[in-house]
Design a binder for this molecule. Sequence first.
Ligand SMILES: *Cc1c(COP(=O)(O)O)cnc(C)c1O
Length: 378
Amino acid sequence: MNDFIKKELDELASAGLTRTLREFIPDGSALRGTINGRRVVNFSSNSYLGLDSHPGLKKAAAAALEKWPIGASASRLITGSGPWVSELEEKTAAWKKREAALYFGSGYGANVGIIAALADRDTDLFLDKLDHASIVDGAVLSRAKLNRYRHNDTAELERLLKRSTAARKLVVTDTIFSMDGDSAPLEDIVGLCKKYDALLIVDEAHASGVFGKTGAGMMEEIGLAGRAFLDMGTFSKALGVSGGYVAGDRATIEYLINRARSFIFTTATPPMVCAACAAAIEVVMTGEGTHLRERLQEHIATLRAVIPAAATQIVPLILGDIPATRAKYEALLEKGLLALPVRPPTVPTGTSRLRISLSAGHTDEEITALVATLSTIN
Ligand SMILES: *Cc1c(COP(=O)(O)O)cnc(C)c1O
């Protein structure tokens, strides 16, 4: 009966593509810890500001844990919608300078829920080929007609938009791409959406907290805040906690409360998590956030000595095949530096890489050690 499982696993193994879980034991923060008995500095986390271990966030979570139940015990639409989450949503809307916001248990769930709710069989969807898997999964679930344009190729996007006769057109793009660390040509995309009357959803998962004067993301950074139909993002990366958000006009948020199945049919997130997210917004919006963003930019500049193309805190070191990538990974690990390999199917065949991610929480010495090691191993 389940021969297919063994067969598939054997196929993965012979292609060298088996994924296995490795235990990582954080040493206070995600940025340092022990893996396979070895102490490492972690260049594979998404804690871009080091907020995962911020005392203010921990304090907010502890206070909420003291005051409220551990679990929310019901979905939002039943009795799971406490003051901890309405406060978080108000804060999110204010931060993103939008009328309203909605919190989801994860960024993955946010994308799946939003896209499946907004696109139907008669919708044409336009996705960048490197858009995050959660966007693709939402698209598949929506049953809309899927158009995928070459990465950041706005000429192809325009051709596809021009050809579309659908009454509803929806463009979804990451603002910073997860595996390449480059940013989308947002100004052009905003212009095309206006020209062809398409709705635009931007996924700021890797830009939230990291870019923009108040850390609201790439749209804020380049002066386009509020110009997308919806802003989506996550609290699980730079903000150091967990959960996704979407922000936009009040009617659309009300629509999503009624139509986004990943919002409706799941138990609400624990109050302590929401409290920590709200504290994280406070940090990224204020002077401390500005300081952390400056530190992160300094680290990126330092890394440019060995990887000149480094544009954001996500820096791919593309090595091509799996063995070469593995060798580099092991050479770094030998020096106590962890940058995990990323390979197909996460990235296209022939572009296996180490994905190095920098954090404001890394020390100058740690960045210097990374640079020194990268320039000596070959
Ligand atoms: C990580 C990520 C998500 C999912 O967010 P989670 O909160 O981790 O579920 C969505 N979109 C992009 C672009 C991401 O990188």
